[in-house]
Design a protein around this ligand. Structure first.
Ligand code: KIV
Length: 287
């Protein structure tokens, strides 16, 4: 395990004050969490995107609280010192403030999260306030909000027009006033993200495909490493093609087993000659 210190909210706000960008990635499993902690990532999001990246659904909507808790627990075991954000899945907070508080509480009590994230603007401000008043740090999520992809008409940039941009600014203010410690802006234009970042007073702003002016950046881990076969969003820079490396390795394995070049002696276990001779004697006596 790494000997890094625990990343807390004051540590994150100090970075904002020092204009040091915050690093944030999605993660859904123990070994990847271990590597992300070693690499010095500040924050991890166990996103409900796991429905697509890990479980193979076509959207995030089928993901349940139990799915989220199981994956978040594994991530926490791999990254004990990262600031861990649990993503509230579809219908875990929309029905009522009480539902929102209870499910946010599960992330904290059962999975060791440091905070939760939920999607939506002014209409979800009462959920954010309720969660924050229960002592749980809450983050907002505006712009492209995948749980509303049907209402938004697809996975597309949000806030390109002035009126929609102003609505996103008002939503950000409503979430900040409700006590959100941070807001994620997903796929909004860079200058809109810059304006919201400049105006944020009590919260910090994170960007996913919304340009360089936020206080920090988020990427989806599977997009960064070529691990999601269905599509590659433009905002996702590929930092290494692990998908290709793994596919090449798998093809070599298939070839070597078929050609009988795998396994080699270093890949198996033997027994002493005298033990084998004894075994043969035992078998003979049995006949
Ligand atoms: O679920 C997730 O990974 C997310 C990101 C798309 C921001 O919410």
């Amino acid at each position: 395990m790494s000997d890094r210190k625990k990343t807390t909210l004051p540590v994150l706000f100090k970075k904002v004050q020092d204009e040091e960008p915050i690093t944030w990635l999605t993660c859904y499993d123990y070994p990847t969490a271990y590597l992300q902690e070693q690499a010095g990532i500040d924050m991890i999001l166990v996103g409900d995107s796991l429905g697509m990246t890990m479980l193979g659904y076509e959207s995030t909507l089928p993901v349940t609280m139990d799915d989220m808790i199981r994956h978040t627990q594994a991530v926490r075991r791999g990254a004990p010192n990262v600031f861990l954000v649990g993503d509230m899945p579809y219908m875990s907070y929309q029905p009522s403030i009480e539902t929102a508080i209870r499910n946010a509480g599960r992330f904290m009590a059962e999975a060791g999260c440091d905070a939760i994230k939920l999607e939506g603007g002014a209409e979800m401000a009462d959920r954010v306030r309720g969660i924050v008043n229960s002592g749980i740090p809450a983050m907002g999520h505006l712009g492209l909000t995948p749980q509303s992809v049907s209402a938004l008409g697809g996975y597309r940039v949000q806030g390109r027009g002035a009126a929609k941009a102003k609505k996103i600014m008002d939503d950000a203010k409503a979430l900040e006033d409700a006590g959100a410690f941070a807001i994620l802006l997903e796929m909004v234009p860079d200058r809109l993200c810059q304006l919201i970042t400049q105006r944020a007073e009590d919260c910090f702003i994170m960007s996913l495909g919304s340009g360089p002016h936020a206080h920090g950046q988020l990427l989806i881990y599977h997009d960064m490493f070529g691990l999601y076969p269905r599509f590659k969003p433009r905002m996702a820079k590929v930092f290494g093609n692990a998908g290709e490396v793994i596919l090449n390795g798998l093809s070599s394995y298939v070839k070597e087993v078929k050609e009988k070049t795998f396994p080699q002696p270093e890949n198996w276990f033997g027994m002493k000659d005298e033990e084998f001779e004894d075994l043969q004697k035992i078998l003979k006596e049995e006949k």
